[in-house]
Design a protein around this ligand. Structure first.
Ligand code: IPM
Ligand code: MG
Length: 362
């Protein structure tokens, strides 16, 4: 069976890092017998420029028909002043909603080789391995009503709605509990139950669901405290599960514990484990087009894809190992550079991973 992968490079450094991911997929096909077929489409600002919408119908169709989607990044200053309804980010949110990718997995792992790259003391972050499970198709990101209206007195009134149904909470809860079962057996649900009714219900549902997972230890934490604990003592966490917006914020925070957001992959899954894979970082317009972006998060996203959607855990392991080998060799892109290491660009980093992969196979 040939795996069909829809590739959506998007904007900014998305384009450059996806080139490296393509090289990796070619290598998996040519040297490891991995049957894969890819097709590219536009999403984000480039799609808006070409078609007037950040998520063209053709892209959506391709993504729907593919076994997995690999996305680079979207957005950039060029499109910031567009109406919110056609901004590049809409393309991403549209894909998440249309493909029903409600479960967003965001690991934050500190590679021992990069302990010095973190802004936190190495004893605080050494050995860090946490996973944030973010609800991705509900909450305040999608709640209705929303908008900005003009009031009679001439003021404007802006509003968004935080809304979850109990079944939405339950399904993301089950994903998180199941992952926790396979990891350290601890799940921390993050909410703001002391203030927001919606997340008070979230907490109740998580507690109900926990009855089905007696082997997982469930705890609850308010989001403000969770943010503090993430920088104070992050290793207390194993798996965290939270709402769309809290997950957006906490996952950036967790990412930085590892030294660079340029290292972290993510998976967004639907109920059948079909998914979209993308680096956590954005389109980095400040360095776009220079060939210096770190491609490792994207290569690790390919590994996640192999693991979670395409049933190839052994190949995924190989990619993870190859990344580790390249870090051992002292190769670093600018974002993870430290003294004594050798600074390389995106292409050299991508090539080194492929070389390590091939060496591991022979
Ligand atoms: C993320 C990003 C997106 C989000 C933006 C680009 C819409 O920040 O994936 O974390 O807010 O979800
Ligand atoms: Mg974000």
């Amino acid at each position: 069976m040939t795996h069909k992968i829809a590739i959506l490079p998007g904007d900014g450094i998305g384009v450059e890092i996806i080139v490296e991911a393509r090289k990796l997929l070619d290598c998996l096909r040519d040297d490891f017998g991995f049957a894969v077929e890819t097709e590219e489409a536009l999403v984000g600002g480039c799609a808006y420029d070409a078609t007037g919408t950040p998520l063209p119908e053709a892209t959506l169709t391709l993504a729907r028909e593919a076994d997995s989607v690999l996305l680079g990044a979207v957005g950039g200053p060029k499109w910031e002043s567009l109406d919110i309804s056609v901004r590049p980010e809409r393309g991403l949110l549209g894909l998440r909603a249309e493909l029903e990718l409600f479960a967003n997995l965001r690991p934050a792992i500190l590679y021992p080789q990069l302990a010095d790259a973190s802004t936190l003391r190495s004893d605080v972050v050494a050995g860090l391995d946490i996973l944030i499970v973010r609800e991705l198709t509900g909450g305040i990101y999608f709640g209705q009503p929303r908008g900005v209206e003009k009031l009679a007195d001439g003021q404007r009134r802006g509003y968004n709605t935080l809304v979850y149904t109990s079944s939405e909470v339950e399904r993301i809860g089950r994903v998180a509990f199941e992952i926790a079962q396979k990891r350290g057996g601890r799940l921390c649900s993050v909410d703001k139950a002391n203030v927001l009714e919606c997340t008070e219900m979230w907490r109740e549902v998580m507690t109900e669901v926990s009855a089905d997972y007696p082997d997982v230890e469930l705890s609850h934490m308010y989001v403000d405290n969770a943010a503090m604990q993430l920088v104070r003592a992050p290793k207390q966490f194993d798996v965290m599960v939270t709402t769309n917006m809290f997950g957006d914020i906490l996952s950036d925070c967790a990412a930085m514990l590892t030294g660079s957001i340029g290292m972290l992959p993510s998976a967004s899954l639907n109920a059948q484990n079909r998914g979209m894979y993308e680096p956590i970082h954005g389109s980095a317009p400040d360095i776009a087009g220079q060939g210096v972006a770190n491609p490792l998060a994207t290569l690790l996203s390919v590994a996640m894809m192999l693991r979670y959607s395409l049933g190839e855990p052994a190949l995924a392991e190989r990619i993870d190992r190859a990344v580790s080998v390249v870090l051992d060799q002292g190769l670093r892109t600018g974002d993870i550079m430290s003294t004594g290491m050798r600074q390389v660009g995106s292409a050299e980093m991508g090539d080194a991973v492929i070389t390590a992969l091939r060496a591991d196979a022979s």
